[in-house]
Design a protein. Sequence first.
Lengths: 553, 327, 340
Amino acid sequence: MTTEIRLPDAGEGIDDVTISRWRVAVGDSVNEGDVILEVATDKVDTEIQAPASGVLLKINFQEGDLAPVTEVMGYIGQEGESVNGAPAGAAPLTKEAATEEAATKEAATEEAATAEATSPKAPAAKNGPAPAAEGAGAKATPVAKRVAADKGVDLAGVAGTGPGGQITKQDVLTQAGGASSAAVSPLPGDLADESTLAVRRAAADNNINLREIAAGRPLSVLTQYDVLSAVASRAAGKRVRVEPAYAAEGQGTEGEVAARPDRAQPDTAKSDTAKSDTAKSDTAKSDTARPTAAKPEGARPAAAQTAGQLKPGEELVKLSRMRAAVARNTVQSLFSAPHVTTMWDVDMSAVLQHRAAHKKEFAADGVNLTITAYFFEAIVAGLKAVPAANATWTDEGVIIKRTYNIGMATALPMDEHGIGGLIVPVIKHAGDLNLRGIARAVNDLADRARKNELRQEDLADGTFTLSNYGTSGSRFQTPIIVQPQVGILGVGAVEKRAVVVSNGHPLEPNLGDSLTFKPMTTLGFSYDHRVLDGATADAFCAAVKHYLESYNA
Amino acid sequence: MRKTTYIQAINEAMRDEMRRDESVFLIGEDIGHYGGLFRVTRNMMEEFGERRVIDTPISEQGFMGMAVGAAMVGLRPIVELMYMDFFLVCADQIFNQAAKMHYMTGGLVNVPLVIRGQQGGGKRYGSQHSASVESTFAQFPGIKVVAPATPYDAKGLLISAIRDDNPVLFLEHKMLYFTRGDMPDAEEQYTVPIGKADIKREGRDLTIATFSYSLLQTLEAAEELKAEQGIDIEVVDLRSITPLDMESVLMSVAKTGRLLAVHESQSNAGIGAEIVARAYEEAPYLLKAPARRLGMAPAPIPVSKPLEEELLPWKKNIKAAVLEMMR
Amino acid sequence: MAEPSLKASVPSADAAVTESAAVLATEQLLPMYRMMFLIRRVEESLLELAESGKIGGAMHTAIGHEGAAIGMAAALRKDDYLTCTYRGHHHSLARGMDPQRAICEVLGKAPGFAKGKGGSMHFLDPSLGLMGANGIVGAQVPHAAGMALASKIRGEDRIAITFFGDGALYQGLMHETFNMAQKWKLPVIFYCENNRYSEMTPISRTSSVDEIYQFVRAYGMESIQIDGNDVEVVYEAVAKAAERARAGEGPTFIEGITYRLSGHMAGDLETYRSSEEIEMQRAYEPLTQLHQKLIDRGVPEEDLNQLRAEVEEEVQAAVEYALEAPWPDLAEAYTDVYQV
């Protein structure tokens, strides 16, 4: 007949909280909804309200304690009532206490029976165990009893769904008025259980009950896609319900999620900020609030370390030949050629459209049409516009090359230490190949690189290099030139970005301006400043950009 | 593959469904003995008798209301309105009654009613016999609206409309009646789903979403624009106004980046405005240029041929709108 | 034009049926009395709820009209179709609608028969042949004719009855429907509850015709004027009209004279009539008449008291149930726009 004080779900990744302050002491009376406890987590401080009215019987954690979020913080009950049979304020149950519990339980039942037999309306004996409710000794929470009295519900006829068949307020409400939607309706201000206008419009068009397809999840998770999926499953004669695309972490059954509408209060972020602002004045509390997960403050070596001076916990990985070569080449390049990198944004719409239109056709010929192939074509166009970019620096002069052998920087898988490899197979005579030829060559080299079947001649005679670091996700890097070339074009990830489109004056605001999403990439062109200057390097990039953006082969 | 007229397609759909389902019946003015003002219900009374092909007095409110009542108890009436303009005469029975009934009754009552008839300009019928009504109907949830442009779609959609458990407005166009199109053999059963658009022409520069007779005008305009300007237009035939297949429209816009909605009902607050608004609401970033709509200019339709053609969103106006958008 | 008769609900026409022989046995009248009292108490309770602000919008009670509903329910089959006006609580309850769900519906609560979406003006239950009360004056009349047409097309002997007020007669579609129903001999009964007021205006101020049952004579339709407050008179008239309809003899128009004791709707100021007029009508209203009829036939007053006490309890419980009942889930707002 006691009510457990539990914590609301603190959100993802929170396992325990620090008890900041109990606002009431054991023995104090509390009303349902009173703030009785303050706790702190990594993210936010939270006030805990009394789940029921009564007396604080017992607390399980003292101020400053670290408490698992799933634990019971304490118990509320009627004055003098025992917690699970243990005397009020007692330490956690011991074996002896457990025995005592059984005894008390019996006594309580007996006493209740006596009370009923003598005078059903007799007031509850003070300091004694709580009497059973009117009727057949139904177990009910005090709130449930109060609500039952208000609503004129006979507890004898109510089936309890609480712990041990205890009758809860919800049970009484359900009995009183059918399945009371008031009882399950979200808390005021909880906006989470509301779907978007577009979703609701789609529901009306298709006669979809959103509650049904949400299957216990808050309606805010639903998308138009979910509604259309539900329509499709209904059309296919299946159950109209949409499974969540992914389950939230640590989430139990779907029903559980709906049953805790108060997770992540809307003002979480705000209170978090407030917290850091006041952190200084509140250091002590703040420190106890945060479980001290030691952050590894990696000691950075002050100077270059040699292999002979390994400290405990360090390990030497011998250089592979490839690693040694990469190291030698990059150092030599970076220290001999003055590197400058220029950065250009390119709209990839035309390329993607062309690729979408021709991918199948290429595939039918056994060619995988990659975006990389288009960059090779564009590089050739750029090199034709600025021949000095396809060249080699010598003290006597710049050797301009009329063949376009373009290298393709290819990453090899990293080992268990995170050490990878880099190899640059070369597409020979790229200028003589059409898109299909280039795509085929790219496929072939990539395939053989993966199978470790590249021959020495595949790696020789490059005149320019492409580094598609976008494939590993990056937007922009400053690549290092492969000597003795003078330029290397880096390509970032193709991603949708917000772009301003102007149909009017390019710099002044006007009616024709609009914002649009476009698939964009960023080029990072590193060039040897001995050969190219900012303007000539940009001329090369402009040609590449123009070729890609107006792609219409 | 045979060719049939639009009229014949509609006639076949009704005949097939009346043979298949005893609960289907026809009701309207001049539809029985005379066979319909536009001969769409020709020979129906001969085959199905006066019990299922009912000639009414000129009482649009009355017979529309009776059709609603009959539908409420499970029959499937097909009501012909001689001119769609006349829907205003019986608007209460359509909007307050048929369209709202299912909702008001918490789903207890269905109104499987088809209202069909012709609309639109082009034949010099003047202001009270030429209006296009789809935009007005689109304002009312609870009634589906379809407006097929080809004989094939007309037959398939009318069968779907008759089998639908909701009220369906089936809009024909007087300029389409004698157009001909490919049609499967009479024995071959097929339906066209309500609420599904159809790409009638592929293109890459601009999407035109349209339906009914405007589709024919749009297709002509598209061919000419291709030949004259090299502009490659994709034409989405919506076929249904309610529910609106925005998914197909937006998939096309994803390709072309430009959207023009064309229809014969009023431009102001019309279905085109809805299509454009929804494009901006649901996929604003697909648009390379402002989306536009082209409907009937804000005037009643005049009798005079040049005036009528000036106001209607026909080829000339469609081409002008496209050129402005491609500037 | 003569002022409306303040004297009584006594028709004066050449086709009037005013005196009823004892066509129904006392055992038949007792449940009718019980139902009539139940309707009266449900509507009075609804008025109280409306006054306390628990009912929104327009709610129209039929206090004083119950005779038509009770007599009709006894005369027709359960599967006969019925449509009626927004003043239609009495028809639906008389045909057997659960008062509990009816009150929930008026309050917009989830257990309402239409999940709270229809409300007071759209009482309906197809399983009881109740095909809908209507919020538009006269709109339900062609529906009933259409249902009668459906029976005819299907070759069934189900008939339709439609209730409307005297005010509806001045809508054009009424006359379109009368014409077609008569022309096609549809099995439909047009029952006009003439309470002498079109909403707030006495029909004497708007009608060019004194005796409105005469309207349909122009269409050659059988027409009759009766005392709509006497359940036995109503029963007999409706039963006879139903017999004609089932026999393929076409529609009948019944003008049942009655009087609306309550206002047009909850919140009606009733400035258009005097309290003396209402008091005078109380002597002729259906519940008083039926009560007197039972007393005259020797039913002890205590038996009737007992009956009323039972009803009182039932209505109280229904009101409480409805007040406690949950609101519909918000997701319901988007369902039932289309049938799929």
